[in-house]
Design a binder for this molecule. Structure first.
Ligand SMILES: [Zn+2]
Ligand SMILES: [Zn+2]
Length: 184
């Protein structure tokens, strides 16, 4: 069966960023899912990536560093997160709350160094192999500005995502989508 590959330009944090949509059944996407399940430190929202060069997986990584999970009951945090807390305060003060993808640096659990893309890249001592590679991400459908910067620096030329995650606005729907591949 031929796989539907659709190139799509998404204006998300980096205008003109090019994502390629692939099916969740893509063999590398299945591996990315496996990495999410096995390695994510954010069990509520696992995201996994594999980076492929010449058909071989050369790096893998999953999101999280346990910060949110450790700080669930901490002061000045909302659900373990400093950023969500700050965002809520802004809203209470009648200001605009933080937008999706904004202010990750405000919280150690949100910071880009624990995003799956960066974790995969940082695992490699010699990053020269990443030049011209492709990144597959399962569980999410866009990358933040900092991850894009890093991916561009090391020469990752394409980012593949599963488009259907985009429509899953809440965690329950997202989880169903995450598990769907098992029934195919
Ligand atoms: Zn956070
Ligand atoms: Zn990121």
């Amino acid at each position: 069966m031929s796989e539907k590959i659709q190139k799509k330009t998404i204006e998300y944090y980096k205008q003109g960023s090019l994502y390629t949509y692939v099916s969740a059944c893509n063999k590398y996407m299945k591996q990315a899912k496996q990495v999410a399940i096995e390695e994510s430190l954010t069990p509520i929202f696992p995201i996994g990536v594999v980076i492929v060069k010449n058909g071989e997986i050369v790096a893998r990584g999953a999101n999280g560093n346990g910060y949110h999970e450790k700080n669930l009951n901490s002061k000045f945090h909302k659900k373990g997160c400093k950023r969500r807390y700050i965002s809520q305060k802004l809203l209470e003060q009648g200001k605009t709350k933080l937008k999706s993808g904004e202010g990750f640096e405000l919280c150690p659990g949100c910071n880009y160094d624990c995003h799956a893309e960066v974790k995969a890249i940082d695992k490699l001592k010699d990053k020269s192999i990443l030049k011209g590679s492709t990144l597959y991400m399962y569980g999410h459908w866009w990358s933040c500005a900092e991850c894009w910067k890093k991916m561009n620096t090391v020469g990752i030329k394409e980012v593949y995502v599963v488009a259907t995650f985009k429509e899953k606005k809440n965690l329950i729907k997202w989880r169903k989508e995450f598990n769907k591949i098992d029934s195919i």
